[in-house]
Design a protein around this ligand. Structure first.
Ligand code: GLY
Length: 434
């Protein structure tokens, strides 16, 4: 039987509440008093001051569902599991329990409450690193063994995978233990037991069962101990639901399933997924006060809308925003009162941004078509032509690349960027290069 993100969200909160965790509200996507972060990217980001003892929580055990945005891997959106906007299920011990209890809770949640068979689960533990004074995480290893995990279901990993955080450049962080689900032989990838390789196309992370917050990263890259140890957990709701349903990509879960049915039929599957992701992300950003603009977080909203518009322009069609926003609203308005209240504002801001960009888009497209008619079958758009379109029409290079890819053409991005840098230097009065 399939489940929904709504059911998993409710089961998660119920579980942690029954284990004495207080449910706290999720925060806005815009960080408050945190210059290290452009946007909230994890459940712990809005509650960082609790880990550093700069603030005292209402209870030492907390849980919630937090809206998050991550755009560092925006190019991967549309694959199996990347989303720019997602909801993170999180639970915390602030100076209360540590590794043993965290692992026990993870087992009770995943195998007890959510009924995932233990045979499908793998746990990763931190390998240790002498230079920061951390040894192999024996304590978590033993805790997983107590839950019945065999030694080949416990995978030691290093800093890159299992030293989590900080959420910005500096702040609380620590080693972690994560749980993965095995999608099995149908992936065509050999198992960890057979190959000794823990391939994340076969094994999908579903729950960061514990970042063991014990370090504070300083601006110079050094680490200092935190005043006390804490636990920070996190799971992407959409991805966890996908894994529980035995699905292979997050777009098989709502609201994406419904969004995909509303897309123009000319869009490729990948384009449908990108638009489904971006419309949800942009509308939540606008709801939290981040209107499209030239810099910083405002530019992220602008970029998301421009990417959708460029996809539509490539096919000479329009994005059905009213219908897409109806779907997002029906799903997220239920859990986020502020989102429901901003419905009219979201529609207005999206329409205004689309109107502004459409003029640039249509003049850039015309120039692109004119140039490409003269290419005589070449697979590459010459850098000078691409540069001319970008500068004469104020056309974003990213949008030009998107269009070129759809039409089967390459752009030499570094080549265009070099021309742009030279152009900028000349406009500033630098001598002409020889
Ligand atoms: N804060 C834990 C995580 O994002 O995985």
């Amino acid at each position: 039987m399939t489940t929904t993100t709504q059911i998993i969200r409710e089961q998660f909160l119920e579980f942690f509440q029954s284990r004495d965790h207080m449910i706290i509200p999720g925060a806005s996507l815009v960080p408050s008093n945190d210059p290290t972060l452009l946007l909230i990217n994890s459940g712990m980001a809005p509650i960082k001051p609790y880990f550093t003892a700069e603030a005292v929580p209402i209870s030492p055990r907390l849980c919630n569902v937090q809206k998050c945005i991550r755009t560092n891997d925006i190019e991967d959106v549309g694959d199996r599991s990347h989303l720019t906007f997602f909801e993170m299920l999180g639970s915390w011990s602030i100076g209360d329990y540590f590794k043993d209890v965290a692992v026990e809770l993870a087992g009770d949640l995943l195998m007890g409450k959510l009924n995932i068979p233990q045979s499908k689960l793998y746990a990763t533990v931190y390998k240790g690193n002498d230079t920061i004074g951390l040894a192999y995480d024996e304590e978590s290893h033993r805790a997983w063994e107590r839950l019945g995990f065999k030694s080949n279901q416990i995978v030691p990993l290093g800093d890159e995978d299992n030293l989590w955080g900080p959420a910005g450049d500096t702040g609380p962080c620590g080693p972690c233990t994560e749980v993965f689900i095995d999608l099995g032989d149908k992936t065509g990838i050999g198992s960890y037991e057979e190959t000794g390789i823990f391939n994340t196309r076969r094994y999908i992370e579903i729950w960061n069962a514990g970042v063991f917050m014990q370090l504070n990263k300083n601006a110079d890259g050094s680490y200092a101990p935190l005043p006390f140890t804490s636990v920070d957990t996190g799971a992407g709701l959409e991805r966890l639901t996908m894994a529980i349903n035995g699905n292979e990509n997050v777009y098989q879960e709502e609201p994406y399933t419904l969004l995909l049915t509303q897309m123009p039929s000319v869009f490729s599957q990948h384009e449908c997924r990108v638009v489904a992701d971006h419309v949800r992300a942009a509308s939540h950003l606008i709801s939290d006060g981040v209107s499209p603009g030239r810099n910083g977080r405002e530019y992220i909203t602008r970029r998301l809308i421009r990417r959708m518009e460029t996809i539509a322009a490539c096919h000479r069609t329009k994005i059905p925003y009213p219908e897409l926003l109806n779907v997002v609203q029906a799903k997220d308005g239920r859990n986020h009162e502020e989102f429901k209240k901003s419905d009219a504002l979201i529609r207005e801001v999206v329409a205004a941004e689309v109107a502004v960009f459409s003029r640039t888009l249509s003049s850039g497209l015309k120039a692109f078509d004119k140039v490409t008619r003269k290419l005589n079958g070449s697979a590459e758009l010459p850098s000078q032509h691409a540069f001319n379109i970008v500068t004469a029409h104020g056309f974003p290079l990213e949008a030009l690349e998107q269009i070129a890819t759809t039409r089967g053409l390459r752009i030499d991005r570094p080549g265009v960027e070099l021309l742009m840098d030279r152009h900028k230097a000349l406009s500033r009065g630098a001598p002409k290069p020889k």
